[in-house]
Design a protein around this ligand. Structure first.
Ligand code: DAH
Length: 338
């Protein structure tokens, strides 16, 4: 005798359960059917807990087994169907064109800067970064600029206040380095400089320079020339010629300007070299003894050379770019070519 469920109830329960199993068409649904008919609070489990006689126990256990078998069977069927679906529908078509991911590339200024850095690291120079906001003291006074030098004017230089300005050249980093350590010194400093120039094909109010300084015993002009030839070769290759013209800078004596034979036209004459076959690349010279005195280095004991060159200028020549403006416009059509 069943206590709470009659045989009729058992039959109805089985029919209902089997119908639910057959109707379940997803893994979630079959799980819900399992909980409903076999879970801890299901009618069957509650009846099994209350069972008092052997006959009812057997009937209910048989039902439990039959339901378990039906549910497990249906679950497997559904799993297999899902696998089939995945195998036929979720296939990857390897013949479809892929999604293109554009890789970025280095800016031509950065590429050129790295060549210069590598060339000097190879010579044992220290590469330094310096400040862009300078003072009149470091940008002009310590570099022995005369009081009336035109660069000191507001027309040429961006002043922040009467003593602070945006550096007009990387040369003040020579002073910082010489104040900070005793010779021997071999350093290059690369970075941005600022001048109040109206932008045109060859001028821009911001550009980059690399500055070099060597201070040691017995440094000669020939050492400077050899060093400049080394970096020119690294930048423009072995075929280029280098020549030096005398010039004037307040912080070097004597001063020279290095020229490189025009890599654009190979000296046949073009707009870039103004039909001279030569391109001026910067300034250089032997450190003025007055600069050594300013930073407390004895000019009787030490000599040195210094140089400064434009990085965009060098990049223009390397890549045959006739203007400076594209370096600052960040036009992707230009940058993607590097
Ligand atoms: N500072 C100079 C300029 O911007 C370039 C230069 C000339 C740097 C001579 C030097 C140097 O270190 O010795 O035009």
């Amino acid at each position: 005798m069943l206590t709470s469920l009659t045989l009729m109830d058992v039959q109805n329960l089985e029919n209902g359960a089997l119908a639910a199993v057959a109707g379940a068409d997803s893994a979630d649904e079959i799980e819900r059917v399992r909980v409903e008919y076999l879970g801890r609070k299901s009618e069957l489990k509650l009846a099994l807990r209350d069972v008092r006689d052997r006959e009812s126990g057997m009937a209910l256990n048989t039902l439990r087994e039959r339901l378990e078998t039906a549910i497990d069977g249906r679950e497997q069927e559904l799993r297999r169907a899902e696998l089939d679906r995945q195998l036929t529908q979720d296939v990857l078509d390897v013949t479809l064109p892929g999604e293109e991911r554009r890789l970025g590339s280095l800016h031509p200024t950065t590429l050129t800067r790295r060549i210069v850095e590598d060339a000097f690291l190879g010579l044992g120079y220290e590469v330094i970064d310096d400040r862009e906001v300078e003072t009149v003291h470091y940008n002009f006074d310590q570099l022995a600029f005369p009081p009336a030098h035109p660069s000191r004017s507001h027309r040429d230089t961006f002043f922040i206040d009467p003593v602070r300005l945006l550096r007009t050249e990387t040369s003040p980093s020579q002073i910082h380095v010489m104040e900070g350590k005793k010779p021997p010194i071999y350093m290059v400093s690369l970075g941005r400089v600022y001048r109040r120039d109206a932008p045109d094909a060859t001028h821009f109010p911001i550009f980059h320079q690399f500055e070099g300084l060597a201070v040691d015993r017995d440094i000669k002009l020939a050492d400077l020339k050899g060093t400049l030839r080394h970096v020119m070769r690294a930048l423009f290759g072995d075929e280029r010629q280098v020549r030096f013209r005398t010039h004037y800078f307040p912080f070097t004596e004597p001063s020279i300007e290095p020229d490189v034979s025009c890599p654009i036209c190979d000296m046949r004459g073009c707009r870039m070299c103004k039909y001279t076959g030569w391109i001026e690349l910067g300034g250089a010279g032997m450190v003025n003894p007055q600069v050594f005195v300013n930073v407390g280095i004895d000019p009787e004991e030490w000599t040195g050379f210094a140089f400064g060159c434009g990085i965009e200028r060098a990049a223009q020549l390397r890549h045959g770019i006739s203007e400076i403006r594209p370096f600052w416009e960040n036009d992707l059509r230009v940058l993607r070519q590097f």
